[in-house]
Write a protein that binds this ligand. Structure first.
Ligand SMILES: Cc1cc2nc3c(=O)[nH]c(=O)nc-3n(C[C@H](O)[C@H](O)[C@H](O)COP(=O)(O)O)c2cc1C
Length: 320
C-alpha cells in the first residue's frame, strides 16, 4: 500500500512538518511512503480546452490533460500510483493556495471517475483497442487526510476547497484537520498535540484502506453535512423547496436550527446526487450529455453573432 504526502507549504515549514508527521504514522501502520513538495513543481493553469472531456465522451480515450511543459504528469503519476493521500495546504486569503486549485482544475473533468468509467465501458462494449483508454489505476479505491494550516482564523474556504480537489477522483476523505494560529515558519514543531494528531491521521488513512474505504470511519471534526462533513453552505431560502446547498458535495436539503445545533436534513433521493458519490457523478455526466453539451437550436447563427465581439477590442498583452 502506497501513501503519498503532498505539501503546498513552504519548505520545512508548518504544512510540510504536519504532512511528514502523518507520513510517519502511515509508515508505522505499514505503508510505503513518498513525499512531494508542490513548491518544487510548476503546474500551469487549465486553459479550458476541454480536450479531456472530448477524449472521454467522444473518443472513449484516456481523459488525460494535453497541456505540456510543466510537472503535471509527474504529480498525476504519483497520485495514480498512490492508494492513500495526505494533502496539506497553508491557508492563503482564507482559501487553499492557487497551486492546489490549478491541480484541481487540471485533474477536474478528465479524472472524473464516472466519466472515466463511461469511457472504459464504451471501449469494452465496442471492442475498441486502438489509442489509450482511461488509466486502470483510476478505478482503485483511495483515501485521504486533509490538513489546512493558517496563521489566524481566516479559514472558511480552505478545507472546503481542499475537499473539492479530491472529488473528481472519488477519493474518500477520512479525516480533515484545521490548524489555526500557526503563522511563523516551522512553529508547529513546538506543538506536540498537533503533531500527534497528524501522526494519527496518517495511521488512519492506512487503516481505512485495509477495509472498504467507502465504509471507513471519518475521524475529523464532525461537520454539518451528513454526506461530506462540510460546514459550508449556500442559503437558498427554499428555492425549489430546499433551503440550502452544501458547498462541497452540492447536496440540497433543509437546515434545522435548535438552541445550540444546526442540522442539515437531506432526503435519500437527494443524497444519491451528492457529488462525492459515484451515483452523483453519473447523474452529472447525464446532465452534461442531455443539457449543457447539446448545441443550441440556433447554433448556425453563432459565427455571425460572434463577429460583434471579435474585433471590438484587442486584449492588452505584455511586450515580449
Ligand atoms: C499570501 C498569504 C496569505 C495568507 N492568508 C492567510 C489567511 O487568510 N488565513 C490564515 O489563517 N493565514 C493566512 N496566511 C498565513 C499562513 O497560512 C501561515 O503562515 C501558514 O503557517 C503557512 O504555512 P507553511 O508554513 O506551511 O507555509 C497567509 C500567508 C500568505 C503567505
Amino acid at each position: 500500500m502506497k501513501v503519498l504526502g503532498i505539501s503546498y507549504g513552504r519548505k520545512m515549514s508548518n504544512t510540510e512538518i504536519l504532512v511528514k508527521e502523518a507520513l510517519m504514522g502511515a509508515k508505522d501502520a505499514g505503508a510505503e511512503i513518498e513525499f512531494v513538495r508542490m513548491q518544487d513543481l510548476t503546474i500551469k493553469p487549465c486553459t479550458g480546452c476541454n480536450a479531456c472531456v472530448i477524449s472521454l465522451f467522444e473518443k472513449a480515450g484516456s481523459g488525460d490533460c494535453v497541456i505540456t511543459g510543466d510537472d503535471f504528469v509527474f504529480i498525476d503519476e504519483k497520485i495514480l500510483e498512490a492508494d492513500g493521500l495526505i494533502i496539506g495546504a497553508p491557508i492563503y486569503e482564507k482559501m487553499a493556495p492557487g497551486h492546489l486549485k490549478n491541480m484541481a482544475d487540471r485533474q477536474g473533468p478528465g479524472h472524473d471517475l464516472a466519466f472515466r468509467t463511461i469511457a472504459k465501458k464504451i471501449r469494452a462494449e465496442h471492442g475498441i483497442t486502438h489509442g489509450k483508454g482511461p488509466d486502470e489505476r483510476s478505478f482503485k479505491q483511495r483515501a485521504a487526510s486533509l490538513i489546512a494550516v493558517g496563521g489566524s482564523e481566516w479559514d472558511n474556504l480552505a478545507l472546503p476547497m481542499m475537499h473539492l480537489s479530491t472529488v473528481s477522483m472519488q477519493i474518500e476523505v477520512v479525516d480533515k484537520m484545521l490548524i489555526n494560529w500557526i503563522a511563523l515558519p516551522g512553529m508547529v514543531a513546538l506543538h506536540d498535540e498537533k503533531l500527534e494528531r497528524a501522526y494519527q491521521s496518517g495511521k488512519h488513512v492506512v487503516e481505512s484502506l485495509k477495509g472498504n474505504v467507502e465504509e471507513a470511519k471519518y475521524i475529523g471534526d464532525k461537520g454539518v453535512c451528513p454526506l461530506c462533513n462540510s460546514k459550508l453552505f449556500e442559503i437558498r431560502n427554499a428555492e425549489n423547496g430546499q433551503m440550502a446547498v452544501c458547498a462541497v458535495c452540492g447536496v440540497k436539503g433543509d437546515l434545522e436550527v435548535s438552541s445550540n445545533e444546526v442540522s442539515f436534513i437531506v432526503q435519500p433521493h437527494e443524497a444519491a446526487l451528492a457529488h462525492v458519490k459515484l451515483s452523483g457523478k453519473f447523474n452529472h455526466a447525464r446532465e452534461l450529455k442531455e443539457v449543457s453539451l447539446v448545441p443550441h437550436p440556433n447554433v448556425a447563427a453563432l459565427p455571425e453573432k460572434l463577429e460583434k465581439y471579435k474585433n471590438f477590442i484587442e486584449a492588452s498583452r505584455p511586450s515580449k
